[in-house]
Write a protein that binds this ligand. Structure first.
Ligand SMILES: Cc1cc2nc3c(=O)[nH]c(=O)nc-3n(C[C@H](O)[C@H](O)[C@H](O)COP(=O)(O)O)c2cc1C
Length: 175
């Protein structure tokens, strides 16, 4: 049976540039069955301890963890909001962590991030990569793509910067 990889963007924007990037990255993975998901399909009310005590943990949090659990490796691309996770992903993470601290399910994880700016969402990527081991992520590597609109051809759905493309392919080979 071939390896299963789950690829998703930590963004709930329908036009997400991180979804475009992770979609391209997923298309480069060879010899594996790649599945994708949209975190918007796992939107839950804002985490509150009062809410958890009153209503328990939403089924969607269990469902999301089950998607991660079912695969052999994970590929994620983070949007950056004010230097941190977008609220949509943080909320999902918070609910899931109430079930299991090992959010990344002790799987190999490759982490990407991109933004329109020159820093390429490095802030969120630095946080996500440094936190990964504490949350059950076996980090295989990471890549920030700066200036998305200059380095990605949205029509073709490919990275146009040869050096970044090479780095991405090398990272995916480790997954
Ligand atoms: C509330 C908000 C905060 C943002 N903060 C940052 C930031 O800290 N760093 C950055 O590079 N871009 C920031 N941006 C711009 C995002 O990088 C940009 O919206 C990008 O498209 C988000 O990725 P996505 O399209 O995959 O959701 C911010 C955007 C919003 C709406």
């Amino acid at each position: 049976m071939s390896k299963r990889v789950l690829a998703f963007a930590a963004s709930n924007s329908s036009k997400s540039i991180n979804r475009q990037l992770v979609g391209y990255a997923a298309s480069l993975i060879e010899g594996a069955e790649v599945e994708t998901l949209d975190i918007h399909d796992y939107e839950m009310p804002l985490y509150r301890s009062d809410r958890e005590e009153a209503d328990g943990i939403p089924q969607l949090a269990h469902d999301f963890l089950a998607r991660l659990e079912a695969v052999d490796a994970i590929l994620v691309s983070f949007a950056e909001h004010n230097g941190a996770y977008p609220a949509a992903f943080k909320n999902l993470f918070d609910w899931c962590s109430r079930i299991q601290r090992e959010f990344w399910q002790n799987k190999p994880v490759a982490m990407l991030a991109t933004s329109p700016g020159g820093r390429g969402a490095k802030g969120v990527l630095e946080f996500a990569t440094s936190a990964a081991p504490r949350f059950g992520g076996e980090l295989v590597g990471h890549l920030s793509v700066p200036s998305f609109y200059e380095n990605f051809d949205a029509e073709a759905g490919t990275l146009t910067d040869a050096a970044l493309d090479k780095e991405l392919r090398a990272l995916l080979a480790k997954l």
